[in-house]
Design a protein around this ligand. Sequence first.
Ligand code: CO8
Length: 296
Amino acid sequence: MMLARSTHLRRSGLLLRPLASSSSTTARPLTAAAGGGWEKSYEFILAERKDRVALLTLNRPKALNALCNGIIRDLIEATTHIARDDSVGAIVLTGSTKAFAAGADIKEMKDKTFVEAFSTNMFEEWGQIAKVAKPIVAAVNGYALGGGCELMMMADIVIAGENAKFGQPEITLGVIPGCGGTQRLVRAIGKSKAMELVLTGGMIDAKQAEKDGLVSKVVPTETTVEVALEMANKIASFSLPVAAAAKETVNAAFELNLAEGLRFERRIFHSLFALSDQKEGMGAFVEKRKPKFTNT
Ligand code: CO8
């Protein structure tokens, strides 16, 4: 029975290796070898460790972080390595004060033919970001438009700065959203509000986005990253496999009907009783002490 549970956990990506070290790693130098290979210099993003969190910053300021192939390549490379680094419990994804990201790179895609778009399954690889097992907190200041808004919706929690602006302006360019804007947006804010953004190409501000449920909170612009890091570090202080299980199970709500979703939730809940961290968490509560999770 225990073996079956372990196999199930491993298959669903829930069984992680124990932490290599529990020591604080703030302000570690960026070296290729450290932290599973993701702490290095990239062309279009910055990757830094902030305690138990990986802070990824889109870094193409002159183009308002327009999402060219290179940014996506860098993001996928970094998140793939972070996924294997057990000393990282969560990711914060951010941009600049002026723009989280102003969309896919229009200059890069404007001359593409249908055959090129179709045969290369253009933008399909972006979906990798939504598959990252570790929780992602997006810290959004400025513009989150088109692909930028879609990338943001692949994160698990969105903290918005007061100056944030959201929209799906693709219709103004003669196309439609291509990476979740017609699907994730509807699930986030409902049909009528999503239709308004997609069909008018208009924008909403941070306050409206919070009211609509697109973001979880609005904070002063200069504190967005700090608030996101604080939240991400709190998430990272819990058991890694439990956080991954929670993320996977909540995300299953987008795919499954209620009966299947509830069954999936219950089965994952049952499987967590195979973890030492469940014994530790509940034991610590009863013994009135702080739990020490070991990710096992
Ligand atoms: N692509 C390429 N370059 C861009 C983009 C973009 N999306 N957005 C801004 N830039 C560039 C500008 O061309 C300009 O470059 P340059 O100095 O060389 O002329 C520089 O960034 C600064 O931009 P602006 O001068 O326009 O700055 P403003 O402050 O005047 O305006 C805006 C800011 C309102 C954000 C404006 O730049 C704008 O409207 N940008 C385009 C927004 C947009 O339409 N986004 C949707 C793009 S289509 C898309 O995302 C399809 C998604 C499909 C799926 C993608 C996979 C996830």
